[in-house]
Design a protein around this ligand. Structure first.
Ligand SMILES: Cc1cc2nc3c(=O)[nH]c(=O)nc-3n(C[C@H](O)[C@H](O)[C@H](O)COP(=O)(O)OP(=O)(O)OC[C@H]3O[C@@H](n4cnc5c(N)ncnc54)[C@H](O)[C@@H]3O)c2cc1C
Length: 320
């Protein structure tokens, strides 16, 4: 059924596709669908730019940025990332991988980005391409219509106003909020992939020289591993991914616990010896949240989490 032949329903607004969320997956879907002529409404509960973790992009991203028409904008805020460095505390050897050495030589470069800036570029681009982007608007409820006729979505603005949309297709790209996963009670934790992360931003960290300055460095240590992500404005994002059991041993404030973890990894501590922690330290779970419950034929989940039913879809960023 096309948008135009959609029966008039009880909702105040109509669109062909409604996207829940304004992260990278959401904005990408909205942009590409608008370009294909669909009428897309995107509802984002926050107001961009907003903080988000997930700063190290992969080499398959720049071709997608070309396609979206944002390559130059991402380049302007991004730190060039030509590879990754793995540092083990148990060996002298450091293993470096350059993307240019991959079998497929067509994607030698990725970027490290501040997600507040990166996500804002993508959402503004979606609006520029014609998507109706509404910020400060949280999706609260969805009701699926019979005969695959789409859904009625109810959302609430920051000021408490409630509005409804009738859409032919619904894309849930609400990230870790897993809007439809909650709605369908279809979330399952993977007991074998279950960790916690603590992270913060430093100024004055020691970077690699030359072209390797933007490499992501990954340091193993006895309780897990660290990321070290140089950003274009001179800051460095550092995060510890640790076993939840070790997090439970914490007796000190999160910030002190994080700094104590760094001290347990001398190769990383050396790179941070003259650096200053310039942000709060945040803690979160890093487990993936597969959403297995069937939703509806006119619905798709996108980005994080990946539902098992649409494994062929590509998230726009991957971790690690
Ligand atoms: C500790 C940690 C480190 C990570 N590091 C990396 C990394 O280095 N590189 C990498 O590629 N990935 C990394 N990731 C993963 C990365 O953060 C995600 O893959 C990425 O953010 C997914 O994008 P998305 O668009 O699917 O969801 P999100 O970016 O989470 O966007 C979802 C959006 O939906 C909005 N939303 C949610 N619910 C509603 C609602 N009901 N109504 C309206 N809006 C709503 C949210 O406000 C949000 O803006 C990391 C993840 C974690 C936890």
């Amino acid at each position: 059924m096309s948008y135009d032949s959609m029966p008039a329903g009880p909702a105040e607004h109509r669109c062909n596709v409604l996207v829940i969320g304004g992260g990278p997956a959401d904005s990408t879907a909205a942009t590409l669908l608008e370009e294909k002529g669909h009428r897309v409404t995107l509802l984002e509960k926050a107001h961009p730019p907003r903080f988000h973790i997930g700063e190290s992009l992969l080499p398959a991203n720049p071709p997608l940025f070309e396609k979206l028409g944002v390559r130059a904008e991402v380049e302007a805020i991004g730190m060039e990332k030509w590879g990754a460095e793995f540092v083990s505390p148990w060996h002298e050897h450091r293993q470096t991988f350059e993307f240019a050495d991959a079998w497929d030589k067509s994607m030698p470069l990725a970027y490290q980005v501040r997600r507040s800036e990166f996500d804002e570029i993508l959402i503004r681009n979606a609006a520029r391409k014609g998507a109706h982007v509404i910020e400060g608007c949280r999706v609260r409820d969805v009701e699926f219509l019979p005969n695959d006729e789409g859904a009625i979505v109810r959302a609430e603005h920051d000021d408490g106003r409630s509005e409804t949309w009738q859409c032919r297709f619904l894309i849930d790209a609400s990230g870790r909020d897993t809007f439809l996963g909650n709605r369908f009670k279809g979330k399952q934790r993977n007991p074998r992939h279950n960790s916690s992360a603590l992270y913060g931003h430093f100024k004055g960290a020691q970077w690699n020289a030359g072209k390797k300055a933007g490499h992501i460095s990954l340091f193993w240590f006895e309780h897990g591993w660290f990321w070290f992500i140089p950003l274009a404005d001179g800051a460095t994002s550092v995060g510890a991914v640790i076993w939840p059991a070790h997090l439970k041993t914490r007796k000190q404030p999160v910030r002190d616990f994080f700094l104590d973890l760094i001290a347990l990894c001398p190769t990383l501590a050396e790179r941070l010896k003259d650096a200053e922690l310039v942000s709060d330290v945040e803690a979160t779970g890093t487990f993936p949240i597969p959403v297995t419950a069937a939703t509806a034929p006119t619905t798709c989940s996108w980005g994080t989490p990946m539902p098992s039913s649409i494994r062929s879809s590509r998230p726009v960023s991957c971790w690690p």
